[in-house]
Design a protein around this ligand. Sequence first.
Ligand code: AMP
Length: 500
Amino acid sequence: MFILEKLAQYARTGRTAIVYGDDSLSFAALERRSNAFARYLLDTLADDRTPVMIYGHKELSIPACMFGCLKSGRGYVPVDTTFPPERVRQIAAQVQPKLVIDLAGAGVGAPVVLDADALEAVLAAPAEPVARENWVLPAQTAYILFTSGSTGTPKGVQITAGNIAAFREGVAPWFDLDVDGGRFLNEISYSFDVSVCALYDALSRGMTLYTVDKTTLGDTKKLFAALRASDVDVWVSTPSLAEICVQSEQFTNALLPHVKRFVFCGEVLTKKLAAQMMERFPGVPILNAYGPTEATVLVTAAEMTRDMLQSDRPTPIGYAFSNVTARIVSESGEALPDGEAGELLLLGESVSPGYFGRPDLNAKSFFIDEKTGLRGYHTGDLCYRLDGLIYYCGRLDSQVKLNGFRVELEDVENNLARVENIARAAVLPVMTDGKVTSLTAFILLQSPDGLSALKRGQKIRAALSGVLPSYMVPRKFVALDAFPLNTNGKVDKKSLAALL
Ligand code: AMP
């Protein structure tokens, strides 16, 4: 794998790979520690290739474990601490890991569980590099990322080493800054696939990752101090982070004097934000990029221009990467002419082999194209194309993006229906300026609870926060006596929307 070759190469340079607060890790240490972990896995798990589960946040030990897994020929499942222990256990129940690294006390059962101290002892052991024959092969799983699933339990997107290679090839013209070294913002949690840009692209160019953790993200003063210290050359984030930043007048090129490129992805980049960014950082390219986890991080990109922002169209999500086929089709699967909106299908080497252990979902979402033999994925995104540029017009299902996080509304509804005394739930997104800003849950109680709306909300929120990450917990709960139904007996969400 390219990244593993590059780690060994940069290990000889004395460069810093990752900075996290006052701590840092050199490429040499990353190489050494990932070798130690790979050796340990080969000794401990022998031929068992079940992916290793890693529960933590941004600890410097995590990338060493990830690359150690790849060097030993197995994948990993990174699970961020935004996932509460119950959701982590649901993931473990699917993966059945033989080895879990538990840096935050999720209490997952597995034959081998390493806490932070035990892991440190493993990583600090002297180790020779692992022979390449042991490395993960292009067709093998490199990582599995669990994302919101409509049944109420998360689903795991499997990504192979070959998928990552295809992503790197596709994104190269957009990220290629001719940089050898430089600083890269490391803001996205490792359990979300945008972090792959940092781990697999930036590190393989010898760049240094400047880590911003969730505590820092939640505290504007700390955030700006961290951004100033980072002095990044490349910024990749969701628009949501930049939206927080532009609230402050400090967010200008005086804060980041060397920034050469902003890449926004994961959710709608509003024209307002793109325009603000152009004003605050004159001359710095602002890119909008798009891609689902299932097609490995990103598949389209374009640099934003003033003309694009002045047009009546939505912000374009870009041109398809040269190794990705993007097809826009009608409901019956017919290719649509330019300008007509339909579902976006993605085909190519970066498309995942499927969800882990979910043949039912795979049959619905993935396919092999008869004509080309390419692997394809139904994105569920409604798009149209004009002059090669693709425009995103919304979802065809009830998936939403909230502060950059992917949420299936049915996931929240199914978890709500498991809360004591809730008979049924319908969750609706609350929109501001064309973006989802929060969720409201309408509920039917099994029996009257005599509670005030405030007390009931607190009780439900407490129950949900044990099973769902905080970004999936609705802000408001509204109890109704009955749900409005449409003619086919389903909850009429349009009528409910009028109550928002
Ligand atoms: P995820 O797998 O979490 O990256 O989410 C993928 C989904 O996020 C896509 O299917 C889109 O619905 C949405 N998305 C990603 N990038 C963009 C973008 N640049 N503009 C609008 N929506 C986006």
